[in-house]
Write a protein that binds this ligand. Sequence first.
Ligand code: NDP
Length: 322
Amino acid sequence: MKAVRVHTPGGPDALTYEDVPEPVAKTGEAIVKVDAAGLNYIDVYVRTGLYKQEPPFTVGFEAGGAVTAVGPNVSGVKVADRVAYTGVLGAYAQYAAVPAARLVKLPDGVTTKQGAAAMLQGMTAHYLACSTYPLKKGDTCVIHAAAGGVGLLLCQIARTRGARVIATVSTEEKAKLAREAGADDVILYTQQDFEAEVKRLTGGKGVQVIYDGVGKTTFDKGLSCLAPRGMMVLFGQSSGPVPSFDPSILNAKGSLFLTRPSLFHHIATREELVQRAGDVLGWIRDGKLRLRMETEFALKDAAEAHRALESRTTTGKVLLIP
Ligand code: NDP
């Protein structure tokens, strides 16, 4: 079968499309024929070596497809079930061996492509808005890179929970998408000083929470946008990692809270995985959460897809089709 692997971490050209043996289901595993693999920023971190994996490895943490085989001691899924999953490396391939306990069956009305588009970014938006800082009516939040994969979903969930959303994006086209996803105010942080704008928009009060997946270029100013006892949720670093800093700054800026969460600690148990995925997939089925999944690349063009994501030209979800 074909897969996209990394032998030596590096730029997009480190992604090699090659023949590898088809996986065989071991105890507790199922084989998924991948209809679509989700592209996520974490794939860039893994490709470059920022997040370490032992090479050679097949890239990708998210896919949707159908079960073609199950190993011993598998219950809960059977051949032909339509499933999606995240958190298991190896999705950029025609087939993936996945622990059956990580698979979620897709409800009727949700396609395998939608499953591939929803699992990682959808459950991330879910835990950020519902668990890390559970948004409520009366809260104002800042969502950086709001037209991205996580961003568009987080805007919608934040609005559903009754919060006011101040979004940041780099272009007018992205601003339109953020507004359509429910953002009340949009700041072009490539042209405007977002700290000054957030202060202006909140009458100098600041916001209760900032969801920051951009990192290096937004973190410091973000701390200045928080109301006293506000929370900085640093959940990624698409612009580069945040350098070390003196924690007493959290005191100086108003007894702030800082957290650096990861999805994988929020779906560690089967129970939590099923609950979060059930919410997200149910909202999609019921039309309460809209996925933007207009960009597809053939799996063999994974390097091109990574270039597009890193050059900030993508919006919403990008899928790789084997
Ligand atoms: P996105 O689709 O949001 O793409 C990244 C976006 O970041 C770009 O579109 C761009 O939006 C913005 N950006 C700002 N500066 C840069 C830069 N210098 N280079 C590239 N992009 C930049 O990606 P994802 O939705 O996959 O992920 C968003 C973030 O969330 C990532 O940091 C990712 O690691 C993180 N994440 C964290 C998880 C967790 O549990 N901790 C889980 C899932 C994702 P614009 O042009 O508007 O500035």
